[in-house]
Design a protein around this ligand. Structure first.
Ligand SMILES: Nc1ncnc2c1ncn2[C@@H]1O[C@H](COP(=O)(O)OP(=O)(O)OP(=O)(O)O)[C@@H](O)[C@H]1O
Length: 454
């Protein structure tokens, strides 16, 4: 087991999608055993368990699956006596690390929390008429949680900044009052946690995890539609928190009225506080978002290029950012300056009049065809390199070209976990900017998908 773990940690390090802090957390893990498709890991503290289960789940699952040769799941337990055994770093191979406490946080303007994306703060959020109200409400909650607008319910289409605002509340609340207990959870994760707690007879610790907090941030509540038992549990969690004066912030792709498969008593509760929507941003806001993104990534892009992108990609901020990355990545790979004519060529496929819908099946079909593999191979569990690459590219394109959420994309790939999809998207995003082959493959498949609709 130690050998498997060591190779997996090496693979994660090589992959470079996990930062320095993540690698320090990995060194606190002790691998226990592989039982069927489960890999059991142990750590000494709850905090480390949370970090591994959320931030590191994607890369670790991916690397272990690769080393073991089939799709696996990880299960992390807490055991205070744990001493991590193996790691890739030579000094820890010989002697146990001097201590197994939490790694020192990487210096940052925000307080590190394993559940929160450090990039999603109020500082990086661009305010415009489409989101001004939602932003103001989110800020008010972060400044005095438990007081006004409880619950705060933010709804709107895909890629319009709901998750960003939720994380920003988490960061800012903890920045103002570091002792505040904040918990961010995606509704799918909540469901999994709940199901696992029943399976493992851990309902008490489940309750503690979600009820002993000051602020609960719950993302994409629409996933709970029709899941009766989980909804019931969420209803009790909500009531317990609300009665105790704790804050609940909820996001959804539709307003409470339009949430099907959720009982009236719960929808009414969602409307107790404040409901606010986020709309697609106007042109000025889109330009401002691109400008901020370019500055954050330290890429040079002249104003006319930003205006060109912002004028042509209008409904989804994720796509807007994706287009900027594509242009700057192309320029970097070809050692060319970013200018308007280059942007026009690079985005030719992306910006077309044809807006008939691209579906996950189209993407999966075209990707399989490009790599000369079957649909079963692409969506299956084999870890051969070509299948893994094809699968990751198809997942990335689904995220870019459709409105599907991460869990929904996972469903199209034989029921993969949303963290696996998240990891694939991040990996392809990183590699596009570094490897010409990846850039070409993604572009070619994208072009073929577009052509197939013509
Ligand atoms: N106002 C904004 N300013 C800066 N960046 C933004 C803004 N709104 C959205 N973004 C960025 O756009 C991307 C998509 O946003 P986010 O994930 O929050 O959308 P979402 O509404 O939660 O979408 P989904 O429902 O698909 O999960 C993120 O990278 C986010 O940082």
């Amino acid at each position: 087991m130690d050998g498997i773990w060591r190779r997996a940690v090496d693979a994660v390090a090589e992959d470079r999608t996990v930062g320095q802090q993540g690698m320090s957390f990995l060194r606190l893990v002790k691998p226990l055993a592989v039982v069927e498709d489960n890999v059991f890991l142990a750590v000494a503290e709850d905090y480390t368990k949370n970090y591994v289960e959320t931030t590191l789940r994607g890369p670790v699952t991916e690397a272990l699956s690769e080393v073991i040769g089939r799709d696996i799941r990880i299960a992390v337990t807490v055991d205070a006596s744990v001493r991590p055994s193996a790691s890739s770093s030579p000094e820890t191979d010989d002697a146990p690390p001097p201590q197994m406490r939490r790694p020192e946080p990487v210096p940052s303007t925000v307080i590190e929390d394993p559940h929160l994306n450090p990039r999603y703060t109020f500082d990086t959020f661009v305010i415009g008429s489409s989101n001004r109200f939602a932003h103001a409400a989110a800020l008010a909650v972060a400044e005095s949680p438990g007081k006004t607008y409880n619950p705060l319910f933010i709804y709107g289409g895909s890629g319009l900044g709901k998750t960003h605002l939720l994380h920003a509340i988490g960061h800012y609340t903890r920045h103002l009052k570091p002792q505040t207990r904040v918990r961010y959870v995606n509704s799918e994760e909540f469901t999994n946690d709940f199901i696992n707690s029943i399976r493992d007879d851990r309902s008490l610790s489940f309750k503690r995890q979600y009820r002993e907090v000051d602020v609960l941030l719950i993302d994409d509540i629409q996933f709970l539609q029709g899941k009766e038992q989980t909804l019931e549990e969420f209803f009790h969690t909500f009531n317990a928190l609300h009665n105790a004066g704790k804050h609940v912030v909820i996001t959804s792709d539709v307003s409470p009225r339009n949430l099907d498969g959720i009982e009236e008593r719960m929808r009414t509760r969602f409307e107790w506080g404040l409901m606010t929507d986020v709309q697609p941003p106007d042109l000025e806001t889109r330009i401002a978002i691109l400008r901020k993104k370019a500055a954050a990534d330290a890429v040079q892009a002249p104003s006319d290029v930003l205006e060109y992108i912002a004028s042509n990609i209008t409904s989804n901020i994720r796509e807007l950012e994706g287009a900027l990355i594509r242009v700057t990545a192309f320029a970097a790979l070809n050692r060319q300056p970013v200018d308007l004519s280059l942007a026009q060529v690079v985005l030719k496929d992306l910006i077309s009049d044809d807006d008939s819908e691209i579906t996950a099946s189209m993407i999966i079909g075209k990707t399989a065809e490009y790599f000369g593999i079957t649909l079963e191979e692409l969506t299956g569990t084999s870890r051969s390199r070509v299948y893994v690459t094809a699968r990751q590219i198809a997942m990335y394109l689904c995220r870019q070209l459709t409105d599907l959420s991460l869990p929904k994309i996972g469903e199209h790939f034989g029921g993969k976990d949303h963290t696996t999809v998240m990891y694939a998207v991040k990996k392809v995003e990183d590699q596009i900017a570094q490897r010409r082959q990846m850039y070409n493959q993604v572009n070619e498949i994208h072009a073929r998908i577009k052509q197939s609709r013509a």
